[in-house]
Design a protein around this ligand. Sequence first.
Ligand code: PMP
Ligand code: GLU
Length: 397
Amino acid sequence: MEYLSDRIKSLSVSQTLAMAQKSRELKAKGIDIISLSLGEPDFNTPDYVKEAAKKAIDDNYSKYPPVPGFYDLREAISNKFRVENGIKYAPEQIIVSAGGKHSLINVILSIVNPGDEVIILAPYWVSYYDQIILAGGNPVIVEATIDNDFKVSREQLEVVITRKTRLIIFNSPSNPTGMVYTREEMREIANVVKRHEGLFIISDEIYEHIIFKGEHVSMASFEDIYDRVITVNGVSKGYAMTGWRIGYIGAPQWIAKAVDKLQGQFTSGVCSIAQRAALAAISKDDGSRGKMRDAFLRRRDLICKLLKDVKGIKIRVPQGAFYVMMDISHYFGKSDGVILIKTSEDLTLYLLDKAQVALVGGEAFGAPGCIRISYATSDELLVEAVRRMKEALYKLH
Ligand code: PMP
Ligand code: GLU
């Protein structure tokens, strides 16, 4: 322990993954846990994608792939950006990595110097914070609460920008809130970026295909800030391919080059078979993406209806992704006679113990009054989970 680097000591464990691991361990002990902790589609990868991967093995895709990704995959991604997002990225501006998470750290390490400030919008996705720490940056948190529909305003951003601010990380549809920024709201944020020279914005669009209301808008489609945007995406969520580990960026050429160099010393090109599978996924729409979206929408309606009947929980109806952020601050200071609830972490552990429902406490998302539900599971399990939660919460006075 004493010889661990300061860098690793300053890093927290990913709470989404930690909670998922905890539920796996409890399940292995025979405890009937309903896990609504991990954010991943419960569907299988579409058949046409699996077939492409099998073919890639038979076709001997077994050598080192090019560091930035196979050229035909980068061409397909370039085409996807043009058709679906209205953004022009040449294949040379695209780098394929081992998941969106890897794409994000690559970009952060490439443009953030120790001491630089990086703005994240709370509630934010867990890994943003620690990836900034890993790069030696200082996370600057701009907070949105349920009363602002979990969205931050232009004014809130303006007041925290200093000469040291290098980057904003933006995510719509959002994990953990499910909120989707409108074109007008995004335009306002784009204006802030435009006004500050040397300020960049990562637009994490990994949930773009899981959207229930309105349109998905890509930050880089605002042409006047195109040079300051790094678009992060991947196949994990839209194609139910979390385990394949393929993410990518579209970025200004100099950032793509830097990420290529970094990846060349770190991972090399990422898994060749998974890249061939991703190429198939992106090149065709067999309807499964839409079917999965429809299933998420039905479940969103179900979970929101169920939660309406639970005392002390406030929510906003999510417009995308597959999460609901519950404001549970009503329960702070309440007790079942033995356990006193002081934090959302306390309530998460109480629900794990008494209701056997695994959730993720808001602290990890920079939202200490909230708890996140991932509703990417069956209707039956959602009904049962809320029934159990209700029973356990009822005992708190
Ligand atoms: N960004 C957000 C907002 C996410 O929720 C996730 C899912 N963990 C990722 C990025 C990364 O996804 P992956 O590494 O599986 O591509
Ligand atoms: N995006 C998912 C989540 O937030 C997967 C876990 C992770 O990568 O952190 O739960």
